[in-house]
Design a protein. Sequence first.
Length: 312
Amino acid sequence: MADDTIASVIPLRQARLKKRDRKAPGRAKASRSRKRAPKAAGVTGDEAESSSSSSLLPAEFLIPPEFLPANDVVAEPSAAPPTIPGPPIEPAIRSRRQLAPVLLSIAALALAGVGVTINGWFARSLGSSDIAGWLFLAVGVAADLVALVMPSCAAGLWQRGQRATATLGWAVWLMTFVFAVTAGIGFASTNITDVTTARASRITPAVANAQEALTDAMSARDRECKSGVGKFCREREATVAQRRQMLDAAVASVAQAADPQSDAAIKLVTWASGGMLRPTAEDFAMLRLVLLALLPQIGGILLLVGRHSARN
């Protein structure tokens, strides 16, 4: 065993001979015999190159692994785990950040268009003549456009240090905003009242039956009370009063069904609060009126927020 180990440690590459040594006849013969030895032994050129290159390796690579200590065994480099290609995260986040201001600006312009239309329509309806109506229309449209653009302009002036001009701009915006909100309240209340009244005046089968019963009761009362007031006349009067109450109840049910949104909202709030909150139909009607008047007028604020989000 020791002989094999020592033999494996012996380097295979010999030192080069100097020019003067090459001229010696004995050494020249020895070198020729070494060159011919691989061919005689049946060793190819590739094997000779591999043996010559292996002589350049350290001794640890020439010693068999079973003869090395446990700590000196050279471990093969582990292959790096394959990287799974995936979409870059930063461009996706950047695209989302750029998409949000665009959508916000689109929503602001949509609300602004609705607000301009509402203010123009309601302002024109206040005119007593065509000329007055068109003048009111121009005032309403201009006021709504000022309320849309002024927040961005005032914020830009404030950032540039022109505080007095920016404060004046915010004051003008507040004035136009209040005007636009009042126009929105007028538009919403007018249309909601018209629709509710039209729905409440519907003739349902229950209302038709109640009206027919009241008519029959009134005819019977008139026939009975024609000759004078007596016992049967009083009974007919009581029947007429009862049928009239039935008709009022039928009409009230139709009027309540004319605004199903308020009825459903009241029931939902009462159920969610466990009966602690019991809003009336007028409470919800006022809340709805305020929201319908305010939402079309916040386009300028949304546009300001969208522009600042795009810059950041």
